[in-house]
Design a protein around this ligand. Structure first.
Ligand SMILES: C[S@@+](CC[C@H](N)C(=O)[O-])C[C@H]1O[C@@H](n2cnc3c(N)ncnc32)[C@H](O)[C@@H]1O
Length: 297
């Protein structure tokens, strides 16, 4: 297999246009440093093709002919400040689903909330149960919690609650705020939730669904970068969902972020991570309570 190695250049000499209308290894490396330092998302060379594909969508909006022109604009032409949010939006992976990793929601409703309600200040009665979906993507995760709590209220056992949901990706947050989803995502919503909480369009051509207002109004969305030194959310969260994001970070970044998250979780509070993620040997104030479920000690 041939490897792409760039010829050495003089200081200040511009990068030659790539022969394959992609990113030269040097430009990709420079973009990777920017992305990693702002988001923590690892950008090994194996991600080059993915990044190229995503950034090509920016070319038309910016009126640029190719990725080389994009790099000259962003890397050498002072365009980074104006483009950073879009660059980050372009490289984040926003895959999510309603009721994803459903065991976690069973644990939340059947074990975590009953246990939390026995703690001092009775969250859910004397004060709201505080739930944070960190890295919420387009909102399926916090809205799943909202539907479960609305259902609990319908059953005559209301739980006072506040759901905060954050992500770095502005496009994902815009979708989350609208609460409109393609039909394939709606297919992940089981009954009776689908018929109670999803509205279908009257237009038979329109396959999207929209969440009903009580669900949309249950969640407060905001942009938050987990790399920020401090998080402007409560420090006594009862439940934090931080799922399917650790995999994008290196070990040191994972530990730093998890330490900060622990500072926002009350003792006895519950942290969910993704089922394919692990936090072993990190010396955190957490006790494992189930598969990808941890309790703050
Ligand atoms: C794969 S999605 C996971 C969504 C949801 N938690 C789930 O499990 O279905 C990962 C999310 O992490 C977000 N993300 C990546 N880096 C981030 C950062 N530094 N700060 C906040 N969010 C970030 C991405 O924008 C993306 O929406």
């Amino acid at each position: 297999m041939m490897s792409e190695v760039e010829a050495p250049r003089f200081i200040g000499e511009p990068a030659p246009p790539s022969s394959r209308d992609g990113l030269s290894p040097r430009d990709f490396g420079r973009l990777a440093v920017i992305i990693e330092s702002h988001t923590g998302i690892r950008m090994p060379p194996t991600k080059r093709t993915m990044v190229e594909g995503r950034l090509r969508r920016r070319l038309r909006t910016l009126g640029l002919p190719d990725l080389n022109a994009y790099c000259r604009h962003v890397l050498d032409g002072g365009g980074l400040d104006g483009e950073l949010v879009n660059l980050i939006d372009a490289v984040t992976t926003n895959k999510t689903d309603f009721f994803r990793e459903i065991d976690h929601f069973r644990y939340l409703m059947g074990t975590a909330i009953p246990a939390l309600s026995r703690l001092p200040h009775h969250p859910g009665r004397d004060r709201p149960l505080k739930i944070w979906s960190a890295a919420c993507s387009t909102g399926a995760e916090p809205y799943t919690v909202a539907m479960l709590l609305l259902e609990q209220a319908r059953a005559g056992m209301p739980i006072r609650h506040e759901i905060v949901a954050t992500d770095i990706c502005t496009e994902a947050l815009a979708t989350a705020r609208m609460g409109i989803y393609p039909a394939d995502m709606a297919g992940m919503v089981p009954e009776p939730f689908a018929s109670r909480y999803l509205m279908r369009s009257r237009d038979p051509e329109d396959a999207t669904v929209r969440l009903v207002p009580p669900v949309r109004q249950s969640v407060r969305f905001g942009r938050l970068n987990m790399m920020d030194p401090a998080y402007p959310v409560s420090t006594d969260m009862d439940v934090i969902f931080f799922r399917n994001i650790l995999i994008y970070f290196d070990k040191a970044t994972q530990k730093k972020v998890l330490e900060k998250l622990c500072g926002h979780l009350r003792p006895g509070g519950c942290l969910f991570i993704g089922h394919s993620e692990t936090i072993t040997n990190m010396d955190l104030p957490l006790k494992q309570a189930g598969s990808a479920i941890f309790i703050r000690s």
